[in-house]
Design a protein around this ligand. Structure first.
Ligand SMILES: O=[N+]([O-])c1ccc(O[C@@H]2O[C@@H](CO)[C@H](O)[C@H]2O)cc1
Length: 795
């Protein structure tokens, strides 16, 4: 459960009335001869012209996410907060009760789409989301700024919001988010952006509630090495490589400073080091994160201090009302000046200029879109395809695919067998339809025996499962679809167990005891320890489906019956259930250490139940690297080639002059996709060495039995680099192996020689990262998080 916070509650109530969004009228309104309406001027000059007309009060009012507009100038209210995680959604997106605009396309959760390892799919999905967003916006039903994607890496398996991310690997996240932003925002050279995407939550946010630590208060202690190597690459991809329009700073602090008040993160790293200097780009706070700068972080000593510190640090929009409420006091106290406020507003309005907010609708293709562009046949098929591509086959003794005909009788059991809303996961809008596995099976000409149970995530008594046994007796094949859902992993709620519930294991065990062919489908975003299923010889097959979206049931049943073939790969590690006893959630370090067996496939020193990248097919593949890589490379000549290339950032410079080619051969009979995952391992750079690191991937499609396809992988100098303790990205001499993740593994060895070379010199934070503190609030947590009042009601 999200704790409802005072001013946000008000906001949400206002939002229930719908998005009151008109566009400024540049042809007849009061601004028509202001530069804001001059389409030949630059976005920044247009925005400056507008902001110059605002009074201080009007400027301050415009800092909240529900911006009231300026009626005297014909500036309508604007709602900055829309969500679009896997389809348009959010508290301010207004679906109608019936008729047009009563639904949109709901795609799988990112954790499932991440498993597809298909960047083109992600661009296509994001293009549909931005198209549908525009149609809804034209009907005043949503905004133009979408607070998606969530690209904090899924570091700890307990994290309740890991489902919102593409997984645990920073390279994968970086590539995924680049593809996503292209689809959401469109081509940067176009006159208008489709919508603005927002990379969140910057940075180090991946704890909801663990052992007395809460997202609003947590101070993540992260080494510079882990920050650069693990927590920031996806954000760098957004800012430096994908030209994203917006960032969101997070609730937590990093190394002592709440992120929304941290000039090191927001200015030195984001804007200066990553060159995110375009004035159209702005930072919003997470919802009420600025309040948290005061309490519970106690970084600023007053509310006025918190808004001033955040604005000065580089937070331009405040989700909530804290800035509009407390900036007047901050100005009165001389804590902030108007130049900083103007800068925030110019960023906001030049972004709206790029969205065409001020321009005549006739000139803009996106302003012509209506409900006929929503939930089209092609979008529905894409939602299905995304689900199919993300489903992962983890065990198969040959029973799958089932060949079903009119004489087949299947038993469908488990909480997810008739899942509808569960298919979506969190941050969902209203889907076009919800096709459960049961519904999908019932569309086939077979007998389906369905019975509910065990029921919920608790451990109900076996009495409630009685209907299962006659249904199972009547079936030739048993399919159990269960696992976890948003009742145990969600916003505000981290998991307390990585095991299947006792009730589910009990019923699965009893069903397996019937000795019939049996398939288990593990659902949910976080992984659960499926070793009891893997080890049970009576269970023939195991699939993972995550949250597969509106057509997820059809996708699952189609894979089970062979109408579609599985080729997804786990985008995260499946740890043993005991992992949560081995490491506190608050330990942010990746490498193994005291009370930490290491995190993710790179560093975990125990035995995973399933490794990152696991995934079987209904056929077999071999892979061979056909580009000749096995040689020795001199670091200084690699560097001088890159230094004289047009690439501004050395880590993006290509390692090989043309993409590395991998020939993928289907050595079996069944046509199937194949995800080529390329990892690097070896002895180079600082110790300890990671077990391996993903450096490239490509999905190849519909490879027929006996034939081959070529995967082309772009390797950069950055993919060979390691990060030193100061966060510098360095190319080191040493022995390298490129591994193509396949059975058997394909290796290519090569060496780098000469002196190490720095690809990216990391700016260091200043030594002083201590806040001002708030006296009298030492026991603030006792009072909870709902407001910035002290537990005693004084402030
Ligand atoms: O009080 N509320 O209404 C409320 C609603 C949502 C909420 O979560 C935050 O809002 C989302 C904004 O995009 C961020 O991803 C999430 O961390 C936090 C608080």
């Amino acid at each position: 459960m999200i704790s409802m916070r005072s001013d946000l509650c008000t906001l949400l109530l206002l939002g229930a009335q719908g998005v009151v969004s008109l566009f400024p009228d540049c042809s007849n309104g009061p601004l028509k001869s202001n530069v804001i309406c001059d389409t030949s001027a630059t976005p920044i000059n247009r925005a400056k012209g507008l902001v110059a007309l605002y009074s201080l009060e009007e400027k301050i009012n415009a800092t909240g996410s529900s911006s009231p507009g300026v009626p005297r100038l014909g500036i309508p209210p604007y709602q900055w907060w829309s969500e679009g995680l896997h389809g348009i959604a959010g508290p301010f997106t207004n679906f109608s009760d019936s008729g047009d605009y009563n639904h949109s396309t709901s795609f799988p959760q990112p954790i499932t789409m991440g498993a597809a390892f298909d960047d083109q799919l992600i661009t296509d999905v994001a293009t549909v989301i931005s198209t549908e967003a525009r149609a809804f916006n034209n009907a005043n039903r949503t905004g133009l700024d979408f607070w998606t994607p969530n690209i904090n890496p899924f570091r700890d398996p307990r994290w309740g919001r890991g489902q919102e991310t593409p997984g645990e690997d920073p390279y994968h996240l970086s590539s995924y988010v680049h593809a996503l932003i292209a689809g959401l925002q469109g081509d940067a050279s176009e006159p208008y952006k489709r919508v603005v995407a927002t990379c969140k939550h910057f940075a180090g946010y991946d704890i909801e509630s663990w052992n007395g630590n809460f997202r609003y208060q947590f101070d993540a202690q992260i080494s510079q090495q882990d920050l650069v190597e693990y927590y920031l690459p996806s954000f760098q991809s957004c800012a430096r490589d994908s030209n994203v329009g917006a960032f969101m700073c997070s609730y937590n602090a990093v190394n002592g400073v709440p992120t929304c008040a941290d000039p090191y993160l927001l200015q030195t790293i984001l804007r200066e080091h990553w060159g995110w200097t375009n004035e159209e780009q702005w930072v919003t706070s997470d919802c009420d994160a600025i309040q948290n700068v005061y309490l519970p972080h106690q970084w600023s000593s007053t509310r006025e201090g918190a808004v001033a510190d955040s604005l000065i640090a580089g937070t331009d929009v405040n989700c909530g009302t804290y800035m509009p409420d407390h900036l007047p006091g901050a100005f009165a106290q001389g804590l902030v000046n108007e130049t900083v406020l103007d800068q925030a507003l110019v960023r906001q309005y030049s972004s709206l200029v790029r969205l065409g907010w001020f321009d005549a609708p006739e000139t803009q293709p996106y302003r012509q879109l209506d409900f006929s562009a929503v939930a089209t046949e092609a979008s529905q098929q894409l939602a299905y395809k995304a689900a199919v591509e993300g489903i992962v086959l983890l065990k198969n003794d040959g029973v799958l695919p089932l060949s079903l005909d009119a004489s087949s009788s299947i038993g469908l059991f488990g909480d997810w067998a008739n899942a509808t809303e569960n298919l979506l996961g969190n941050y969902a809008g209203i889907p076009t339809y919800l096709h459960s596995p049961l519904w999908a099976a019932q569309q086939l000409n077979i007998t389906v025996n369905y019975a509910q149970g065990p029921g919920g995530q608790g451990d109900p008594t076996t009495g409630s499962w009685l209907s299962i046994w006659p249904a199972a007796d009547a079936s030739d094949v048993i399919i159990y679809i269960g696992g976890i859902d948003n009742s145990v992993e969600s916003e505000g709620m981290d998991r307390v167990s990585l095991a299947w519930t006792g009730a589910q294991l009990d019923v699965i065990g009893q069903l397996a005891g019937l000795g019939k062919p049996m398939v288990v489908v593990q659902m949910g975003g976080g992984q659960i320890d499926s070793s009891p299923i893997v080890q049970n010889p009576n269970i023939s097959a195991l699939l993972w489906g995550g949250y597969p979206g509106q057509d997820g049931g059809v996708a699952l049943i189609d894979i089970i019956r062979g109408a579609a073939t599985p080729a997804g790969r786990l985008p995260l590690t499946q740890y043993p259930a005991a992992y949560i006893n081995d490491v506190p959630m608050t330990d942010m370090s990746l490498r193994p250490g005291l009370n930490n067996p290491g995190r993710t496939y790179k560093w975990y020193n125990g035995s995973a139940i399933f490794e990152f990248g696991s995934g079987l097919h209904y056929t077999n593949f071999s892979a061979s690297v056909t580009t000749n890589l096995s040689q020795s490379y001199d670091i200084s000549s690699l560097m001088s080639t890159c230094n004289s290339s047009s690439e501004k950032y050395l880590d993006r410079c290509a390692f090989t002059s043309s993409p590395l080619e991998v020939e993928v051969t289907n050595t079996g009979n069944t046509t199937s996709d194949y995800v080529t995952l390329a990892f690097l391992s070896g002895s180079f750079g600082p110790q300890p060495y990671p077990k391996k690191a993903l450096v490239a991937y490509q999905r190849v499609f519909s490879v027929a039995g006996g034939s081959s396809s070529t995967a082309r992988l772009n390797l950069t100098l950055g993919s060979l680099a390691r990060v030193d303790e100061n966060g510098n990205k360095v190319l080191y001499p040493g022995d390298y192996s490129l591994l193509i993740d396949n059975q058997p593994l394909t290796y290519v060895n090569f060496t780098l020689t000469g002196q190490q070379a720095v690809l990216d010199q990391w700016p260091q934070p200043s030594a002083n990262r201590t806040g001002k503190g708030v006296s009298g609030f030492e026991n603030y947590f006792v009072g909870g998080f709902g407001s910035d009042q002290s537990p005693l009601g004084t402030s």
